[in-house]
Design a protein around this ligand. Structure first.
Ligand code: NAD
Length: 279
C-alpha cells in the first residue's frame, strides 16, 4: 500500500496514440515520468499530442507507423531505440471498426427493405480490414517490440480489448470477433512470455464518451439518443465512462510493483456492463 506509481526511466510505446483514448493515455504516462513513443498511421494526430506533452515538460516523440507493415515496424523500433531507449511497456491501442463490416439492423427479418445491408451483404474486404487492424495490428507490433523486452525488469504489454469480446454487440460481428481474439491472445502471450519476465494483460473499456461518438450518443439538447439509452440501461452505474477513467486500471496493470503477479487478465472498465444480464 505504500507503493506509488511512477514510470520514471521507463520507455512506453503506444500504438494508435494519435487517437482519442491512447493519446490521452500517452499524456498521462508522460506526466507520470515515462518517455513515450506515440505510434500512429496519422502522424499529425500523434504529433499534436507530443506537442502538448513537450509543452508540459514531458518527453515524447511521434512516429508514423502502420501496425500492419512489418518492415515499417522494424524501422520504427530502431528509431525508438535510438531516441528513447528499449521498450519497457507496450500498449497495443490501434484498432477500430469499419462500416463495411457492420449490419444495418440488429436482427435479421424476413421482410427487410430493399437495399438493407444484412449479414448476407457484409463485405469480405471490410471484415478482413477489421480483423487485420485489431488482431494482426496487435500481434505484429508485439513481435517487433517485445524482442527488446525479453528479460527486461518490469516489462509488460497491455492490449485493448472491448466489452464485445465478452458478449458480442449487435451489428458488428467482425469487430466483436477480433476483440475476442485479442482477449484470447492476451492470455496466450501471458503464458508464452511468463519465463522471460514479460507480463501481458488487457483492458476492456466499456462505453466512453469521446469527441468521436458524442454526436451519436447525445442529441443537441444534451439528452441521450435511443442507442445511448440502450447502453445506459445496460450499464448498472447508469452513465458513460470518461477517457480519464481508463488511466487507473491501465497504470495498475503497467506498474511493475502493484501488478507484479497479475498476468493474463482482461480488466473490464465498464461501470458493470459486462457483469449485468439486463435482468
Ligand atoms: P480512435 O479511432 O480515436 O484511435 C485509433 C487510432 O488508431 C487512430 O489515431 C488511427 O489513426 C490509428 N490507426 C488506425 N489504423 C492504424 C494502423 N494501421 N497503424 C497505426 N495506427 C492506426 O479510437 P479510440 O476510440 O481512441 O480507441 C482506441 C482503442 O480502444 C481501439 O483499439 C478501440 O478498438 C478500443 N476501444 C475503444 C472504445 C471506445 O469507446 N472508444 C471502447 C472499447 C475499446
Amino acid at each position: 500500500m505504500t507503493k506509488t506509481i511512477d514510470f520514471k526511466d521507463k520507455t512506453v510505446v503506444i500504438t494508435g496514440a494519435g487517437g482519442v483514448l491512447c493519446g490521452f493515455l500517452a499524456k498521462e504516462f508522460a506526466k507520470a515520468g515515462a518517455r513515450v513513443a506515440l505510434l500512429d498511421l496519422n502522424e499529425e494526430a500523434a504529433q499534436k499530442f507530443v506537442d502538448e506533452i513537450v509543452a508540459e515538460g514531458g518527453v515524447a516523440k511521434a512516429y508514423k507507423t502502420n501496425v500492419l507493415d512489418q518492415a515499417n515496424l522494424e524501422e520504427v523500433r530502431e528509431a525508438v531505440l535510438n531516441d528513447l531507449g528499449p521498450t519497457d511497456i507496450l500498449i497495443n491501442g490501434a484498432g477500430g471498426n469499419n462500416p463495411k463490416a457492420t449490419t444495418d439492423n440488429e436482427f435479421h427479418e424476413t421482410d427487410l427493405p430493399e437495399g438493407t445491408k444484412s449479414f448476407f451483404e457484409l463485405d469480405k474486404a471490410g471484415i478482413e480490414f477489421v480483423f487485420n487492424l485489431n488482431y494482426l495490428g496487435t500481434l505484429l507490433p508485439t513481435q517487433v517490440f517485445a524482442k527488446d523486452m525479453v528479460g527486461r525488469k518490469g516489462a509488460n504489454i497491455i492490449n485493448i480489448s472491448s466489452m464485445n469480446a465478452f458478449t458480442p454487440l449487435t451489428k458488428i460481428p467482425a469487430y466483436s470477433g477480433a476483440k475476442a481474439a485479442i482477449s484470447n491472445f492476451t492470455q496466450w502471450l501471458a503464458v508464452h512470455f511468463s519465463h522471460v519476465g514479460i507480463r501481458c494483460n488487457a483492458i476492456a473499456p466499456g462505453f466512453l464518451v469521446t469527441n468521436q461518438n458524442r454526436g451519436l450518443l447525445f442529441n443537441e439538447d444534451g439528452t441521450p439518443t435511443a442507442r445511448a439509452n440502450k447502453i445506459l440501461t445496460n450499464t448498472p452505474m447508469g452513465r458513460f465512462g470518461e477517457a480519464e477513467e481508463l488511466v487507473g486500471g491501465t497504470f495498475f496493470l503497467a506498474d511493475e510493483n502493484l501488478a507484479s503477479f497479475v498476468n493474463g487478465v482482461v480488466l473490464p472498465i465498464d461501470g458493470g456492463f459486462a457483469a449485468y444480464s439486463g435482468v
